[in-house]
Design a protein around this ligand. Sequence first.
Ligand code: SAH
Length: 349
Amino acid sequence: MTDLRSLSFQELTGLMEQLGEKKFRTTQVYEWVHKKLAHSYDEMTNIPKALKEKLSDAVVFEPLKEVERYVSKLDGTTKFLLELSDGNIIETVLMKYHHGNSVCISSQVGCRMGCRFCASTLGGLTRHLTVAELLGQIYYIQKTTGERVSNVVVMGTGEPFDNYDNIVKFIHMLTDEKGLNISQRNITVSTCGLVERIYDLAKEQFSITLAISLHAPNDQMRKELMPIANKYTISQIMEACDYYIKETGRRITFEYSLVAGVNDKEEHAKELIRHLSGKLCHVNLIPVNPIDERDYKRSTKASVEAFAKLLEKNHINATVRREMGSDIQAACGQLRKRYNDRKEEKSND
Ligand code: SAH
């Protein structure tokens, strides 16, 4: 059954009409759910009991439940393990910056993209997250921590473009003034580069930031790191990015995880420069976070700096991602994986 929080204002209006309710009730219920972030019908004090009963016959209302919370002693970064109504576990991260609070959400339970360095994909894809579950991660954190969330990055577990329709609806609802009214400029969606969806997203005319996980300067190397590179070439991605930039006027971010001895040499930086020269873009260099299952090592500080310098020298804006919450396994999917492994061990005992 659909969750109440997955209904857009228009859809809720339709449902309320079907239930024979007045228009102002839609506004009241929508506000409880998307502005006051109610966890249950009990909190909706100005809604009659009869309407709550009718609503609960028509839709479910199942906010996420907290399983565990880890707070970094280094920088206050907080990782949440949240449980969905079917018992699946996802990871959501709250990062505090001086410019505001940023939440990194998951877009799927697991992932089927198979990137070699990523812990989120080791168990494959379980399912997509619903709109209610996408919004629910942000609502849960804002409500329980009392911290206003100003930035959202869709960079947690999952491939957002593999769950495209829900992501688009989620962006509409999150940025709607009837909801949390987060600015589109403060939303980043990160993809491994499903090319058709880059064209689709351009047509949405959002002013969000699109981030593309590139990680390699040529197709051969990219295929070794990311299976999706067997489907799309870097030049197809670049063409789609040019279209995106032309349609939206927005600068694209390219993510490049540096793996020692694999993609971090001077020749690789030069190859990357050839792809990105003259493009409205920004490169985010991420020293790879080693995971137990693979023997990828992070590049040395010196090679990261040299790589960044070479890009800058060639007029390509580059930053090295500051590591947050390194004491609480903040790397993609590691915490969820550890939790699930532990649960399995227990049930095998
Ligand atoms: N599927 C999307 C979003 C989730 S991953 C995507 O591919 O962009 C978010 C970012 O973290 C991606 O750039 C991903 O490649 C990167 N990433 C995953 N595991 C990593 C690791 N162990 N070290 C460094 N970056 C990693």
